[in-house]
Design a protein around this ligand. Structure first.
Ligand SMILES: [Zn+2]
Length: 228
């Protein structure tokens, strides 16, 4: 979703902006709206890496985003995506879309032909207390602790799904500017015991299993977040 002027106008037309001032003050904040941002990395003029299947990374990340979006939407979770097509979108715009959505989970999706299973990355920024005005390039610092918790839940779900998982810290411009629990999820090939590739990152059945585990993790994270 791109939050175009027409989309915002549609929201206004739906009645939010038309409420009288007193009514706007009365209702409590919609406390339990749980929003997930899916960021299919690369796209357009940025193909990302090339996978063993011959496909560019940008196609695999978009396919995974589409799968995850429908799994989450089917469970009643609001999903905002940074792209729905083969579009060129810079990291600032991706983070801006995520931050505008005020999401509880932000997942930046990548694919790689090296390693195996799922590689989880959390920002390498040192955690800081939230401040009212955070520097754009390091805004994630206030969220790193929550991002590590999210990565832990993702790790468990992916392991439960029978996948290899690695967890690292890294510098990613998109994630570093996100003001939400944010994890980069990189899908690597599935490999047999001998190291031979048994499924490429864009293999549909493999992607379905990864998406299922990630969706389960999001639901678990939501449940944990709601406990007092
Ligand atoms: Zn990538």
């Amino acid at each position: 979703m791109h939050w175009s002027k027409s989309a915002l106008a549609a929201l206004a037309a739906a009645g939010l902006a038309a409420l009288p001032a007193a009514a706007q003050q009365a209702p409590p904040a919609p406390a339990s709206r749980f929003v997930v941002v899916l960021d299919a990395a690369h796209g357009g003029s940025d193909p990302g890496g090339r996978l063993g299947s011959g496909q560019p990374e940008k196609a695999a990340t978009l396919a995974l985003s589409v799968r995850l979006r429908s799994l989450l939407a089917a469970r009643g979770i609001a999903v905002v995506t940074t792209r729905e097509s083969d579009a060129t979108i810079d990291s600032n715009r991706r983070a801006a879309i995520a931050n505008y959505a005020a999401a509880q989970v932000c997942l930046s999706l990548h694919a790689s032909d090296s390693g195996s299973g799922a590689h989880l990355f959390v920002s390498s920024l040192a955690p800081v207390q939230a401040t009212r005005f955070a520097a754009w390039k390091t805004a994630q610092a206030a969220w790193v602790t929550r991002s590590l918790a999210l990565a832990g839940v993702l790790n468990s779900a992916l392991l439960h799904g029978g996948m290899n998982v690695t967890l690292d810290r890294t510098t990613l411009p998109t994630v570093d500017s996100m003001t939400c629990p944010a994890v980069a999820v990189e899908v690597a090939p599935e490999r047999g015991p001998d190291g031979q590739i048994t499924a490429e990152p864009d293999d549909p059945a493999y992607q379905a299993r990864v998406a299922g585990a990630v969706a389960a993790a999001v639901l678990e994270f939501r449940t944990e977040a709601r406990q007092p």
